[in-house]
Design a protein around this ligand. Structure first.
Ligand code: 3NM
Length: 215
């Protein structure tokens, strides 16, 4: 994929929720893909081997839709499941090692929560940064300090690679993130923890400028 193609895929970035009852990651992904999500990340902080088949199934769903699929943190799981890439945090596998394991064609993303982290992160092996929390969030317990839209803009302006905003984003504030330079918005709870996930995902797609049934 070219950098421009990757950038386009960052637009509506859905991340699976590992702490919602009765709504499996696979079903979450189905809903997000149906609405037009452009990239899917599997995030499961309590992954165990019994989950592997589900990861493979999600990978197949994404492939059918030609939507890239990345795995959070776990580079070996990403490889084993045949994912298109990996997203690593500051305390995970270093991006250079992730790139080495995943290969030159893979998508590699890294979390950057502040200007200081941006300065000290090796961005050369990365295709994009995930930056947040843009707004307050209950989904990530150890989230760093909220940096708001102005913090988002500062990081976007300084980053040599595209930035995806994350944290507390929903259909009502996604446009602000784009207006402050984000290439995409990454969301969890505005789709997984609402009464009608299908409508929420459709609203999110609309906020991202994705037309129903469009490519
Ligand atoms: N990372 P929601 S915030 C996974 O700031 C994650 O790096 C964050 O979930 C960061 O869309 C976050 O429900 C949670 O707020 C995003």
């Amino acid at each position: 994929m070219t950098p421009e193609e990757i950038r386009e895929h960052l637009r509506f970035y859905f991340i699976t929720d590992d702490s919602v009852d009765g709504f499996s990651a696979q079903d979450q992904v189905r809903v997000a893909l149906e609405a037009g999500a452009t990239l899917i990340q599997y995030r499961n902080k309590s992954f165990s081997l019994k989950d592997f088949e589900e990861v493979e199934a999600i990978c197949r769903l994404c492939r059918q839709r030609r939507v890239p699929f990345v795995v959070n943190d776990d580079v070996l799981l990403a490889r084993a499941a045949g994912a298109d890439g990996v997203h690593v945090g500051q305390d995970d596998t270093p991006p250079r090692l992730a790139r080495g394991i995943m290969g030159p064609e893979a998508i590699v993303g890294v979390s950057v929560s502040s200007m200081e982290e941006l300065e000290r992160t090796d961005l050369v092996p990365c295709d994009y940064i995930g930056t947040g929390p843009t707004f307050s969030t209950d989904t990530k317990r150890d989230a760093k300090a909220v940096h708001g839209l102005s913090g988002l803009r500062d990081i976007v302006n300084r980053s040599p690679i595209p930035a995806v905003a994350i944290g507390g984003i929903d259909p009502t504030n996604a446009l602000d993130c784009f207006a402050h330079g984000a290439a995409g918005v990454a969301v969890i709870s505005c789709i997984t923890r609402v009464e009608d996930p299908g409508s929420a995902a459709a609203a999110m797609a609309a906020a991202c400028g994705i037309t129903p049934g469009g490519e």
